[in-house]
Design a protein around this ligand. Structure first.
Ligand code: ADP
Length: 255
């Protein structure tokens, strides 16, 4: 039995007086495709942002790929991670955001090559060759020289996926990646994600309101409410036969 690639152990996250996650624990196995569902404000995005080290936690521990995320070993004790450790850990994880977050003044190709060149010291030619492969995979090779403002939302999001893949992360996080798109552009992004899920052994965590997609994509679905996992299971069980009242009510409203 392999060990989990992500271990979240009893973490607490607060924003001022608001406790968003309260003693949350969960494990993710290597290669697992996980969907996080639940009402707005239940803490799903916060979990992804914490894994991406974009937020601090108030208590608890997280292990990613066998190493502490927010801590590091010093002799026998665990101390807060320094920037160098955080940077190393960040290369293990790629994230795609709801609002793309492309660099507006860089062309598509530069958006993708920047991080590998700056954080991993990859040479320009090698970074560009890999970027073109990734752009080809997301069907955007012909837009390599375009600026983000010249692209549709669906195209921007496909570039953002290629950019996240450029550092060859073991884990990909997708945060509501289709919710800012016009309905007719949703499918082209979901198709890229379907292919990624089928063709790679990357671990993927997806926050979504697209229940049909969550059903097809995920090996396991976690239903969150108020910062806690209320129910989890295989998609066919959660969507067809939810056991908890709160899951039933949520799914009745959304489907
Ligand atoms: P979800 O993704 O399930 O909709 P979030 O993780 O985005 O939920 O948010 C969880 C809670 O944390 C919400 O109540 C939200 O208002 C609050 N929150 C998120 N980010 C911040 C922030 N930067 N400052 C204060 N509160 C925040």
């Amino acid at each position: 039995m392999p060990s989990p690639i992500i271990r979240i152990d009893n973490i607490t996250k607060t924003y001022g007086p608001l406790t968003v996650l309260d003693g949350l624990s969960m494990d993710v196995m290597p290669g697992e495709k996980l969907a996080l569902i639940g009402p707005s404000g239940s803490g799903k995005t916060t979990i992804l942002r914490i894994l991406m080290t974009l937020e601090k936690i108030a208590a608890g521990h997280i292990e990613v790929d066998g190493e502490q995320l927010y801590h590091m070993r010093k002799g026998d004790s665990l101390v807060a991670a320094d920037e160098k450790h955080l940077q190393k850990m960040r290369t293990k994880i790629g994230m795609v955001f709801q609002h793309f977050n492309l660099f507006p003044h860089k062309c598509v190709l530069d958006n993708i090559t920047l991080a590998p060149m700056l954080t991993k010291g990859v040479a320009k030619a090698a970074a560009e060759a890999r970027a073109m492969k990734l752009l080809d995979m997301v069907g955007m090779a012909d837009k390599a020289q375009s600026m983000p403002a010249q692209l549709s939302g669906g195209q921007k999001q496909r570039v953002a996926i290629a950019r996240a893949l450029a550092l060859s992360p073991k884990i990909m996080l997708f945060d509501e990646v289709t919710s800012a798109l016009d309905p007719e552009l949703v499918e082209e992004v979901l198709n890229v994600m379907r292919r990624l899920a089928a063709e790679t052994d990357m671990t993927m965590l997806l926050v979504t309101h697209e229940m049909g997609f969550a059903h097809d994509f995920a090996d396991r679905v976690l239903f969150f409410d108020k910062g806690r996992i209320v129910e989890e299971g295989r998609p066919e069980d959660i969507f067809r036969n939810p056991r908890q009242e709160r899951t039933q009510t949520f799914l009745r409203k959304i489907i």
